[in-house]
Design a protein around this ligand. Structure first.
Ligand SMILES: Cc1cc2nc3c(=O)[nH]c(=O)nc-3n(C[C@H](O)[C@H](O)[C@H](O)COP(=O)(O)OP(=O)(O)OC[C@H]3O[C@@H](n4cnc5c(N)ncnc54)[C@H](O)[C@@H]3O)c2cc1C
Length: 299
């Protein structure tokens, strides 16, 4: 048996290491002031896919929608063990909300084809909505398991996994193809392999290849094509897909396809209210219940 896993990964601003200039005066995120990192739970999703490949065979493809700089997280995935990487990039994708993002990602999954399992992180640490994974599953018309912690068993047509639920876990079997969103408690993502790092640091997108040959003339076109062929044959080619490449309806991507507009982002600090000591005695508890009743906290 062999499973083809497609892992959606996102490059995000490091919201855990915020500097004073993290927000612009207009309330939007100042992405330039924050380091760009691999969305943490996407590393867990990738680790789960790599583990599945080791247990059941198959391959792991990673895909991100973002600017050229996002090729960095794709290369990191190759260092960890991914087999192929896709950068979904086009100015037309910019400004996407979760609806437009999931539409674009679902088209990438369809273009890739023959995917058994789609894996996403549970949530991205910048947008924080946790909507993209479930929306991609809806758009692909496949079942989804969210908050997945472990794959117990997989066959070609079905998979059994353990998911976190309130106060415990549940084990569910679902037919393949399916989509999982993966939580941080699932595993410890492996570090980049030193040998793979030396090999795949040379992996490039078409745009990066052209930029590294800046000033190339028309006569160099043949040389560039030969270089592309060489990189492809060695697995050092990061596929670059535009909106047209995935057949996107331009009214459903980027700003045009996004009904959500973030008007303002505020940093809310919840100030401490009245502080009261309640003694752990019968009388103490009775007075607390009385007070909560009087405040209509209990209805
Ligand atoms: C402060 C802020 C507030 C926002 N509020 C909203 C809002 O209320 N409603 C709304 O619709 N949008 C909102 N957005 C936009 C939202 O961040 C983007 O749509 C984003 O691309 C996807 O949503 P998310 O980051 O919440 O992803 P999540 O749904 O949290 O991401 C879940 C998983 O989906 C995958 N994924 C997500 N984005 C990508 C990508 N670009 N490429 C590959 N895989 C990906 C990853 O596996 C990720 O772990 C907001 C953005 C910001 C910065």
């Amino acid at each position: 048996m062999s499973l083809t896993s497609l892992v959606f990964i996102k490059q995000v601003p490091d919201t855990k290491n915020i500097t004073g200039e993290a927000m612009k005066p207009d309330g939007t995120v100042n992405r330039g002031a924050l380091a760009a990192i691999f969305n943490p739970e996407d590393l867990n999703a990738l680790e789960m896919a790599l583990d599945l490949k080791e247990r059941f065979g198959g391959k792991v493809v990673v895909c991100t929608m973002g600017p050229q700089a996002a090729a960095t997280v794709l290369r990191h995935s190759l260092y960890m063990g991914a087999d192929e990487a896709i950068l979904l990039t086009d100015r037309k994708f910019a400004g996407a909300d979760t609806l437009a993002t999931s539409y674009a990602l679902s088209l990438a999954a369809k273009k890739l084809g023959n995917v058994d399992l789609v894996l996403c992180g549970r949530q991205a640490i910048d947008g924080d909505t946790a909507q993209v994974g479930p929306q991609v599953a809806e758009k692909l018309g496949i079942p989804q398991l969210t908050y997945v912690e472990a794959v117990i068993f997989a066959e070609k047509t079905k998979i059994t996994a353990r998911s976190l639920i309130d106060g415990g876990y549940e084990i569910a079997e679902c037919p393949l193809p399916a989509l999982f969103t993966v939580v941080s408690s699932a595993n410890t993502p492996r570090p980049a392999g030193a040998r793979r790092l030396m090999q795949y640091k040379k992996a490039v997108t078409r745009t990066e290849l052209l930029a590294s040959h800046a000033g190339a003339t028309y006569e160099d076109a043949g040389a560039l094509a030969a270089e592309e062929k060489r990189l492809r044959s060695r697995g050092l080619w990061i596929h670059e897909w535009s909106a047209a490449d995935v057949g996107a309806d331009e009214g459903r991507i980027g700003f045009a396809g996004s009904p959500t507009k973030v008007k303002n982002v505020a940093s809310v600090v919840i100030a401490g209210a009245d502080y009261k000591d309640i003694l752990p005695t019968r009388e103490g508890i009775a007075s607390l219940v009385q007070e909560l009743n009087a405040d209509h906290v209990f209805v």
